[in-house]
Design a protein around this ligand. Structure first.
Ligand code: SAH
Length: 358
């Protein structure tokens, strides 16, 4: 069955027209979908219409089937998709609002050495409505509504998958987030993280979407970066930096580099010094992330002290840098970990496509 969430009001209008309904019904349905309602809950529609819609369409393509809450308030979600695939997201609570980290693909084909998401490769892309479904379902879980009543205020595309490897759906999703009548989350409150797919970075700059571009750098040296991230064999650091400059020229927005600190691999003074020369004078910020160790590889995290020393070195060299606060460590916070555990334990057998009673 086809998914209804993610269709524009005009697209829904075509469906209601075909069913002989008045056009204001499309706006009602659109609003209810973005608020996370199933057709059966859309009580402002006639029962016949609700039933007709439910016969032909899936209203909500993403169901929350499990949540894990950390002592620090961070919450992990396991989402079930219509075809039985499982993805995950993370909610981080800050003073200024709630940020949801969403997945853009089931699995990932980037195979970064430290990451649990890509171990089994890419299974499939998510549709725009499915990525939106992650936000809509968590917003409802938090008792949020549409527009000013939303409880999810910021979105980061940093969950499983490579957003720019699923370009069209990702861009459509960002536009849906800010659609009138929907959650009304502006692209300014969206960060997109990429492993550095250069042609797509250029394309994104031309979309007229002021998202914060975040690039996973992880090394200032091409040869070493290639060992951490196979995709680095395709695009050099110089090409990535040129694409960042182009993004800045189009959007005027400072870009961010993510740098996962892996003990002994990319966290020495040699690396910090090279990063300073590489990034000096650029309108950028470096987000240092202490590795979340995953059992599938032998990479180790350094100490907190080492991370702060690395950060101080960058700052002294004139590069704006912060160490990302570790959140949700007690709940398998790293990308793809929760999903892997869930599948390994065989929990997906016989899971019904419906919202869990949570
Ligand atoms: N494919 C995109 C987005 C998903 S990964 C990208 O590469 O940017 C987003 C970020 O998750 C990566 O930059 C990395 O910083 C982080 N990440 C993944 N696995 C991690 C782990 N085991 N420990 C710490 N951070 C991790």
């Amino acid at each position: 069955m086809e998914i209804m969430l993610g269709r524009s009001k005009a697209e829904i209008n075509l469906i209601t027209d075909a069913l002989g309904e008045k056009s204001y019904r499309a706006a009602q349905i659109h609003k209810s979908l973005h608020a996370g309602l199933e057709f059966s809950e859309m009580t402002d529609l006639s029962k016949t219409l609700r039933e007709k819609l439910a016969e032909n369409y899936i209203a909500q393509p993403v169901k929350i089937i499990k949540t894990l809450k950390s002592a620090d308030g961070t919450e992990k979600f396991l989402f079930l998709l219509g075809d039985g695939n499982v993805i995950e997201g993370v909610l981080m609570r800050y003073k200024y609002g709630n940020t949801l980290c969403v997945s853009t693909q089931v699995g990932c084909r980037m195979h970064c050495a430290f990451c649990a998401s890509g171990i089994d490769g890419l299974i499939r892309n998510l549709e725009a409505g499915e990525i939106l479904g992650e936000v809509v379902s968590v917003n409802r879980y938090l008792s949020g509504g549409v527009g000013d009543k939303r409880k999810v205020t910021n979105v980061v595309l940093m969950g499983s998958g490579e957003p720019l490897d699923n370009y069209d759906n990702t861009v459509k999703f960002i536009r849906l987030l800010s659609e009138e009548g929907g959650l009304n989350i502006s692209a300014r409150n969206v960060s997109l993280s990429t492993s550095g797919l250069v042609p797509a970075m250029y394309a994104l700059g031309k979309e007229n979407l002021p998202v914060t571009l975040t690039v996973s750098l992880h090394s200032p040296f091409d040869a070493e970066r290639q060992k951490i991230m196979p995709v680095a064999k395709k695009y050099s650091i110089a090409e990535i930096l040129a694409a960042c400059s182009d993004y800045f020229a189009h959007t005027g927005r400072r870009y961010i580099f993510e740098y996962v600190l892996i003990r002994g691999e990319n966290d020495t003074e040699r690396h910090a010094a090279a990063l300073v020369s590489l990034l000096k004078g650029r309108p950028c910020h470096v987000n240092l992330i202490r590795l979340n160790e995953v059992k599938e590889n032998n990479l180790k995290s350094g100490t907190e002290k080492q991370a702060y020393a690395f950060s101080a070195f960058l700052e002294k060299g004139g590069i704006s840098a912060t160490v990302r606060r570790k959140m949700g460590e007690d709940i398998e916070g790293a990308c793809g970990q929760l999903r892997r555990r869930f599948l390994e334990e065989g929990n997906n057998q016989g899971v019904k496509f419906e919202r869990a009673d949570i």
